[in-house]
Design a protein around this ligand. Structure first.
Ligand code: HEC
Length: 141
């Protein structure tokens, strides 16, 4: 009788041992599965699929996105005397200055006017502002 008990105990011990006998790969897979949501997506990591932090250098926003976020407030309404996007007449003369001047004014602003540098979007890269200027100009021809 006691021999049976001993062998059952031994069997249990063997099973318990095998239950925790995981390979490193299995442990890693489990750790991956039970990680809290969000922890695995680091800022600037474009492989996570989620929204990239605004202004993140990893992925530049399109001109339209930058316009909607940073320029529309003035350039849709004409606030502070801003030329309204889509107003062909208001833009015609400005467009004759050429892209370089318009890009420069987008990035550096026009001193003494409501057009402050980057429209006040300090998280916008120069490239993003240039894309926004192009979007505005293309929408106003
Ligand atoms: C606070 C209001 C305001 C915001 C925000 C703003 N603008 Fe302007 N913008 C103006 C005003 C006012 C003018 C007209 C300045 C003038 O010529 O008197 C202007 C003019 C411009 C012009 C024409 C420049 C020229 O040489 O004729 C461009 C291009 C422009 N803005 C781009 C942008 C872009 C790109 C953004 C967003 C990143 C932006 N603006 C955000 C107020 C604004």
């Amino acid at each position: 009788m006691s021999r049976i008990v001993v062998s059952i105990v031994a069997l249990c011990a063997a099973m318990a041992a095998s239950a925790i006998d995981l390979s490193d790969a299995q442990r890693a897979a489990i750790a991956e599965r039970i990680k809290p949501m969000g922890e695995v997506c680091l800022q600037g990591d474009t492989t996570c699929g989620g929204a990239v932090a605004a202004g993140g250098a990893a992925m530049a926003r399109s001109g339209e996105e930058v316009y909607n976020a940073a320029c529309m407030a003035c350039h849709m309404t004409g606030a502070a005397g801003a030329p309204v996007v889509g107003d062909v007449v208001a833009w015609a003369e400005r467009i004759t200055k050429g892209d370089d001047v318009l890009h420069d004014h987008g990035i550096n602003g026009i001193p003494g006017t409501g057009m402050i540098a980057k429209g006040g979007c300090m998280s916008c890269s120069d490239e993003e502002v240039v894309a926004a200027v192009d979007y505005m100009v293309d929408s106003s021809r």
